[in-house]
Design a protein around this ligand. Structure first.
Ligand code: ATP
Ligand code: MG
Ligand code: MG
Length: 551
């Protein structure tokens, strides 16, 4: 592969392998199990697992579980399911930072013994007052120069539960004058008398992010620790800790996080949507979580293609959500069979068709895939078409190619029919329409020489299957939600879900199973929802057919 076509991380890896700086590629994906994974995580997963695949390396799945009050086994399991569904292999088992708590504790003792960490009994306010402004040197804690022996004793008391929560912390002793606030004696351990979802009550002190992440990378011999740009300022601390502890030199590299138009990618805010009932759960098909995208009909390939198209940048930007929709459309166009689904049925009576006659038409399953074959479609005297496909008085008659009085169309895979009349209710709604078919126009055997411009979908009234169709629109009406924080709830789109309760679909869908995916001709891609039953099929619309992606 040409160097120019590699992203900056691939270039760095290839340089390192060529120069012998590294001899292998070990990455990791490190989610905190405090919520479900979202599309932003998918980007990080594709990047980390994709690099391992490309360079014959390994990618670990490591749960960064150091905040017990927010974490749970439910989230761990959901995350594992998502990664497996995406099709990635994380080796024999998932790893957990909590499995390293003993080692991390030993690391802390090592720092204390080197005179590089101390127990600070100041309050949280006093500690932060000591580091308010990067241009003004911070104030040293009165506990900063306590002896190694005293610090060892007090840290042991912290671990033994002898101090109250919040009464003291362990801080690394670095540089209170540093312009980088993360280097001003950062807190590395705090007391939390909270049970952990894996270690139970074993610990009442927990390492914080900076004293867990890099150390876990090192324990796992991670050569490339990839994280989002917010962590750039943490890098000197990441390196300092590894140097002082004299452990495997993992290296952090930052890349731009994924931001998506009309979409929230923050677990905290997604949790709020769930908790406040704005959506039906983490996997509500309007959510940007991987589990919701799966339920909505996005495929693993579509998410991978999307991640590759977004690419890896060094600067933050906003990706158009239309690119995500484009990716799934492109994938399903090749994979999904075409069927007829009628959302707002209008009855058509073919008046010159015998009452009980049924004729089987052959419908092509997928014009993009010859191996997909054909299926049978019964054609009968009474059919349903889409209400939109009939207008009594089309506003621009010369551009209207669907049905209307005296107009002709082809019923796809069937015959050409001509509208001869209709029945109208007192309120003006069209109740049913009447047509005559031309027997010489059967699809594939047309001898009439007739040309029509419109081709409509249809289902046989006698054979049609009832279905509920759930149409989704964007969950938010605002394009850039990045700068909006607490009031993001005010930007919800009130029309993000429209339920079509009485749709009719063709009989081949009668036994469709949850997860089955189809293109409803002229409408969009649909997936059978998990709430579908034998009595009532339920379909989610994945995307419409209209592609708004241009580039
Ligand atoms: P959130 O802000 O939604 O809680 P997070 O970064 O705190 O996300 P983690 O579980 O810590 O969530 O993330 C696991 C990995 O996924 C991290 O390496 C993180 O950098 C990456 N990640 C999270 N969000 C994005 C995003 N929007 N784009 C790319 N990578 C992301
Ligand atoms: Mg995080
Ligand atoms: Mg977070």
């Amino acid at each position: 592969e040409k160097r120019e076509s590699l992203n900056f991380i691939e270039q760095m890896i290839e340089d390192d392998l060529a120069s012998g700086k590294n001899s292998f590629v070990q990455t990791r994906f490190p989610p905190e199990p405090n919520g479900y994974l979202h599309i932003g995580h998918a980007k990080s997963i594709v990047l980390n697992f994709g690099l391992a695949e490309k360079y014959n390396g390994k990618c670990n799945l490591r749960f960064d579980d150091t905040n017990p009050e927010k974490e749970s086994t439910e989230y761990v399991n959901a995350i594992i399911e998502d990664i497996k569904w995406l099709g990635y292999d994380y080796g024999e088992k998932a790893l957990f930072t909590s499995d390293y708590f003993d080692t991390l504790y030993e690391y802390a003792i090592k720092l204390i013994k080197k005179g590089k960490a101390y127990v600070d009994h100041q309050s949280a306010e006093e500690i932060s007052a000591g580091k308010t402004n990067p241009t003004i040197p911070g104030i040293e804690s009165p506990y900063r120069n306590n002896s190694v022996e005293q610090n060892l004793e007090e840290f042991e008391k912290m671990r033994a539960g002898e101090y109250a929560e919040g009464s003291c912390v362990l801080r690394a002793k670095i540089d209170m004058t540093s312009p980088n606030m993360h280097m001003r004696d950062p807190i590395i351990y705090r007391i939390k008398k909270v049970a952990h979802h894996r270690t139970g009550d074993k610990w009442c002190i927990y390492p914080n992010y900076d004293f867990a992440h890099g150390q876990s990378d090192s324990i796992e011999n991670v050569t490339y620790s990839l994280c989002t740009l917010e962590f750039r300022d943490h890098k000197p601390l990441y390196d300092w800790l590894i140097d002082e502890l004299e452990i495997f030199p993992s290296k952090q590299t930052e890349f731009a996080r994924l931001n998506l138009s009309y979409t929230i990618v923050s677990k905290r805010k997604l949790l709020q949507l769930v908790n406040e009932g704005h959506v039906a759960g983490w996997d509500d098909p309007r959510m940007p979580t991987i589990s919701a995208l799966r339920r909505r009909g996005f495929t693993p390939d579509s998410l991978k293609k999307f991640a590759h198209k977004v690419g890896v940048a060094r600067r933050d930007g906003i990706t158009d959500v239309a690119l995500l929709e484009h990716s799934v459309r492109e994938d399903l166009n090749k994979k999904a069979n075409r069927v007829f689904g009628i959302q707002n049925p209008l009855k058509v009576v073919i008046t010159n068709w015998p009452e009980d006659k049924e004729e089987i038409m052959q419908a092509v399953n997928n014009p993009e895939d010859e191996t997909a074959g054909t299926r049978d479609m019964p054609f009968t005297r009474e059919l349903y078409i889409e209400q939109d496909d009939f207008l009594e008085n089309p506003p621009s008659p010369r551009k209207w190619f669907r049905l209307g009085p005296d107009r002709e169309v082809r019923l796809k895979y069937g015959y050409i029919v001509k509208c001869t009349g209709f029945k109208k209710a007192d309120d003006g709604t069209i109740e049913e329409i009447y047509c005559e078919y031309d027997p010489d126009t059967k699809s594939g055997q047309d001898t009439s020489g007739k040309k029509v411009k419109g081709t409509l979908g249809w289902v046989s009234a006698k054979h049609a299957v009832e279905a509920e169709i759930r149409l989704y629109d964007r969950l938010f009406k605002t394009e850039n939600l990045n700068t909006i924080d607490d009031d993001f709830i005010n930007h919800l789109n009130p029309d993000s879900l429209t339920i079509v309760p009485n749709a009719l679909v063709e009989p081949s869908l009668k036994d469709a199973k949850a997860g089955g995916q189809f293109q409803f001709e002229r409408q969009g891609y649909f997936i059978v929802d998990k709430e579908s039953t034998d009595d009532k099929l339920v379909f989610n619309r994945t995307v419409t057919l209209r592609d708004n992606w241009s580039k």
